[in-house]
Design a protein around this ligand. Structure first.
Ligand SMILES: C[S@@+](CC[C@H](N)C(=O)[O-])C[C@H]1O[C@@H](n2cnc3c(N)ncnc32)[C@H](O)[C@@H]1O
Length: 287
């Protein structure tokens, strides 16, 4: 069998056995082949006519079988977010493309703070793999980025990923949301907290089985952690500091109401790639 035939066969296998689209299966198959052959995409596609050995076919088939049980990022222990490849294991949420879509807006609003104050201290609360904090630290060498998480396992993954950091502008702390942070100490807070309600029936089975529940669930209404972060942000953010929150696809207006009731201003809802109101940004009127 040559490489092209093997790729087609593998893609067909995933199409038949996962609920994914043809395109998604093709992308995953490319990653599987690049991993097994230890090559990159351009080399892979330059060698499509090459015969492949029985041993390689066996390795590919093992990964395809495993893929029916686990997300590919957990099998390969890596996931690309923004510009970098992050180390991933089953102790952290697999970074989502929705989250990636807010990074540029965070940077845009942080640049205004930096222009005015000549400093920007950003907390990535509930950092998981560290994908957001590390990405922003690399994009903005002059900012100071703090990454926090309550899970020691997540902290260890984030620490591993600090090898991606290009500058010395990041620190990591194990913390329960905003508890250890001093009043008026943060210019910006970003958090993608758990936001699924305890009785959610729509949650994807693979997510439920494979990703840590501490990263997913937040009380009966899914808003417990968001309420906590909003409440304590009032003290830890500087006056006029910015709070960015990610939320579930149908939660944006509930989050907006909580922000209003806590006296935040300039509340904006930001859409993700699927046009869901996935984020809010708001300004601290307290402090
Ligand atoms: C949805 S995941 C987000 C991970 C990462 N920021 C991302 O966007 O991929 C939520 C993270 O919040 C952390 N977390 C849950 N409860 C927390 C708490 N009380 N204090 C701090 N972090 C918490 C979880 O361990 C998890 O890493």
């Amino acid at each position: 069998m040559n490489l092209m035939q093997a790729i087609k066969k593998a893609a067909y296998f995933l199409e038949q056995n996962t609920g994914q689209s043809k395109e998604e299966c093709k992308i995953e198959v490319d990653y599987i082949f690049m991993h097994v052959l230890n090559t990159n995409k351009s080399k892979l596609y330059a060698e499509l006519d090459n015969e492949i050995s029985e041993l390689i076919i066996k390795k590919i088939n093992e990964l395809l079988e495993l893929r029916l049980k686990k997300p590919l990022s957990q099998i390969l222990n890596k996931h690309i977010f923004y510009k970098d490849e992050f180390y991933i294991n089953d102790k952290v949420l697999i970074p989502r493309s929705e989250t990636e879509s807010i990074v540029d807006e965070i940077i845009k609003q942080g640049d205004l703070i930096y222009k005015e104050k000549r400093r920007c201290v950003l907390l990535d609360a509930g950092t998981g793999s560290g994908c957001v904090g590390i990405t922003i630290a690399n994009e903005r060498p002059n900012w100071q980025v703090i990454m926090s998480d309550i899970s020691l396992d997540a902290i260890n993954v984030a620490k591993t990923n600090t090898s991606l950091c290009k500058y010395n502008n990041i620190s990591i702390i194990c913390a329960d949301w905003l508890k250890p942070f001093a009043h008026n100490s943060l210019d910006m807070i970003f958090s993608n907290p758990p936001y699924i309600s305890a009785d959610d029936t729509l949650i994807n089975e693979s997510v439920l089985i494979n990703e840590p529940s501490i990263a997913l669930f937040s009380g009966e209404d899914g808003l417990e952690d968001i309420k906590n972060i909003i409440h304590f942000s009032k003290k830890t953010l500087t006056k006029s500091g910015i709070l960015f929150l990610e939320n579930g696809a149908s939660q944006a207006f509930s989050v907006k109401s909580i922000l209003e009731s806590e006296d935040f201003t300039d509340i904006r809802i930001h859409l993700d790639y699927n046009s869901h109101g996935r984020f809010t940004s708001s300004r601290n009127n307290n402090g």
